[in-house]
Design a protein around this ligand. Structure first.
Ligand code: UD1
Ligand code: CA
Length: 462
C-alpha cells in the first residue's frame, strides 16, 4: 500500500481548490429538532468546524450540499464562509450523487477538489493539506484512510502491489475484504480537471443501490490515474451519528484544546476538569484552576489567573488579572490589567479598570469601573427597569461601600466614596462622600425594658 506520511503544510492559499462539504445527512439517530451538522463541538457547529478546517487548509472556493428545506444549515454555511455556494440534494442517492449536486461549482473547473463530510468535525487542517499535497505529487485521487480498531461498517481500502485499487463498502465486501482494517475515513482530494468526468461514470450497481463516491478510485484507475491513501489517526476521523458519538467527539476535541493550551504555556492544574471553546485564547503563564468553563469568545492575557469553578463567556481578561473562584463573566466583561474579581461576582457588559478590585458577592452590569476602584461586597448595579438598560460609571480610585445599590444611570466621580448600604440614585461628585440610607438611632436601655414588659410570658417557638 502506497501511503503518504503527513507532510509539512503550507498555509498559503491553494489557488483553485474547491471544497465540497456534504451536509445533507438526516441525522435521525440524533433524535433532534436540529439537523445533525448544526450540533456543536466546543461551541461551534460540526459544519462550522469542517468549513473552518478546509478554509484554513487553503480552499479558495467552498460549496456546501444540504438537504431540502434546510435554511438553517444554509445560514450557518454563509455565516462561516460568506462566499460559500449552497446546493440542495433533493434525493439522497449516495455520496457521489451528493457531490454532483454541486455540479455547477465543479463545472467551473477547479484545479483540485476536496470532498469532505460535515459530520466529521475533528479533521485537522494539516490533514486536508496532506491530501492536497498528495495530488501535487501526481495522484489523481488521494483518500484519507485510518486503521480501524473495529472496521465494521466502514469502506475498506483495497490494494494490489502497493497501489490503492478500490474502496469496498462493508455491505459489498466479501469475507477476505472484510478482514482488511485499513478503512476509508470518507474524505478525499480529487484532480479537479478530471473530477466531473470520473464522477459521472460512477454507477449504482451495489448492495445499497447508491452512487458511491468511493467508486471514484477504480474509475480513476481505469482512466490511468493513480490513487493513494493518506493515513490519519482514528480519533481524528471520528464521525458523529448519535449523541454518544457527539460526546466522544467533544471529549477528543477537549483533549486537543487542553494539550494545545499547555503546550503554549498555560498551566492547567487539572486539565480534564477544564472545558474550552474552539476559540479560547490563553496567554503565557496563565494558570487555570480546576472546574473552569470557557464559553466562546474568551481571551485571557499573560500571567492572569482563573480560579476554580469560574464560568466565562465572551469575556476579555487582561494580563495579570485574577478571576474567581466561583466568578461568572458574561459577554462584554473586560477585566483590566491586574484587576481582581473575587468569588460570587457576576460581570456583564462592563469594563473593570486596571488594578480595580471587585472581591466578593457583586453584580456589575452595563458599567465602567475606573482604575484602582474598590467595589465592596454586595454591590449591585441596578441596570434594568424592565424595559431599558442603563449604565453605571464609577471613577478612578472610587470606593463603593459594601451592600450598596447603584441605580443607573448614575455616575460616581473619581476618588468618591459611597457609604455602606447606600441606595445611590443621584450622581456623586469626585472626592465626595455619599451616604444614602436610614440614619441610625439608638435608644438607651430599650432591650431591657422590652424584656421586662414580657416577663413571665411563654415564648412561641421561633
Ligand atoms: C461513507 C463511505 C465509507 C466510509 C464512511 C466513513 C461512501 C459510499 N462510503 O460511508 O467508505 O468508510 O463514510 O464514515 O462514501 N451524504 C449525502 N447525500 C447522500 C449520501 C450521503 O449528503 O446521498 C452525506 C451524509 O450526510 C454524510 C456523508 O455523506 O455526511 C456520508 O454518508 P453516509 O451514508 O453516512 O456514508 P457511510 O455509509 O457512513
Ligand atoms: Ca456515516
Amino acid at each position: 500500500m502506497k501511503s503518504e506520511r503527513m507532510t509539512s503544510f503550507s498555509q498559503s492559499t491553494r489557488k483553485g481548490c474547491l471544497a465540497i462539504v456534504l451536509a445533507a445527512g438526516e441525522g435521525t439517530r440524533m433524535k433532534s429538532a436540529r439537523p445533525k451538522v448544526l450540533h456543536e463541538v466546543a461551541g461551534r457547529s460540526m459544519l462550522g468546524h469542517v468549513l473552518a478546517g478546509v478554509t484554513e487548509a487553503g480552499a479558495d472556493q467552498v460549496a456546501v450540499v444540504i438537504g431540502p428545506d434546510r435554511a438553517d444549515v444554509s445560514a450557518e454555511a454563509s455565516r462561516m464562509v460568506p462566499g460559500a455556494q449552497v446546493f440542495t440534494q433533493t434525493q439522497r442517492l449516495g455520496t457521489a450523487h451528493a457531490v454532483l449536486a454541486a455540479r455547477e461549482a465543479l463545472a467551473k473547473g477547479a484545479q483540485t477538489l476536496l470532498v469532505v463530510f460535515a459530520d466529521t468535525p475533528l479533521i485537522r487542517p494539516q490533514t486536508y493539506g496532506a491530501l492536497l499535497d498528495a495530488l501535487a505529487q501526481g495522484a489523481g485521487v488521494a483518500v484519507l484512510g485510518f486503521e480501524a480498531r473495529d472496521p465494521t461498517g466502514y469502506g475498506r481500502l483495497l490494494s494490489e502491489g502497493g497501489e490503492l485499487t478500490a474502496i469496498r463498502e462493508h455491505k459489498d465486501a466479501n469475507e477476505a475484504e472484510r478482514k482488511v482494517t485499513l478503512c476509508n475515513a470518507g474524505l478525499m482530494a480529487i484532480n479537479g480537471a478530471q473530477a466531473l468526468s470520473w464522477l459521472e461514470r460512477i454507477g449504482n450497481d451495489n448492495a445499497q443501490k447508491e452512487f458511491y463516491l468511493t467508486d471514484i478510485v477504480s474509475v480513476a484507475r481505469t482512466s490511468g490515474a493513480h490513487a493513494v491513501a493518506v493515513i490519519a489517526p482514528e480519533d481524528e476521523v471520528m464521525g458523529v451519528n448519535d449523541r454518544l458519538q457527539l460526546a466522544a467527539a467533544e471529549a477528543a476535541y477537549q483533549t486537543r484544546l487542553r494539550d494545545h493550551a499547555m503546550r503554549e504555556g498555560a498551566t492547567l492544574v487539572a486539565p480534564q476538569t477544564i472545558f474550552f471553546s474552539h476559540d479560547t485564547q490563553l496567554g503565557r503563564d496563565v494558570v487555570v484552576e480546576p472546574g473552569v468553563i470557557f464559553g466562546t469568545g474568551v481571551r485571557v492575557g499573560d500571567g492572569a489567573r482563573i480560579n476554580a469553578y469560574s464560568h466565562l463567556l465572551g469575556a476579555t481578561i487582561e494580563a495579570g488579572a485574577s478571576v474567581g473562584p466561583f466568578a461568572r463573566l458574561r459577554p462584554g466583561a473586560k477585566i483590566g490589567k491586574g484587576a481582581k474579581i473575587g468569588n460570587f461576582v457576576e460581570i456583564k457588559s462592563a469594563e473593570i479598570g486596571e488594578g480595580a478590585a471587585v472581591s466578593h458577592l457583586t453584580y456589575l452590569g452595563d458599567a465602567t469601573i475606573g482604575a484602582r476602584a474598590n467595589i465592596g461586597a454586595g454591590t449591585i448595579t441596578c441596570n434594568y427597569d424592565g424595559f431599558d438598560k442603563f449604565r453605571t460609571v464609577i471613577g478612578e480610585g472610587a470606593f463603593i461601600g459594601s451592600n450598596s445599590a447603584l441605580v443607573a444611570p448614575v455616575t460616581i466621580g473619581d476618588g468618591a466614596y459611597v457609604g455602606s448600604g447606600s441606595v445611590i440614585t443621584k450622581d456623586v461628585a469626585p472626592d465626595a462622600l455619599a451616604v444614602a440610607r436610614g440614619r441610625q438611632i439608638a435608644k438607651e436601655g430599650w432591650g431591657k425594658s422590652f424584656r421586662a414588659s414580657h416577663e413571665g410570658k411563654p415564648k412561641q417557638r421561633p
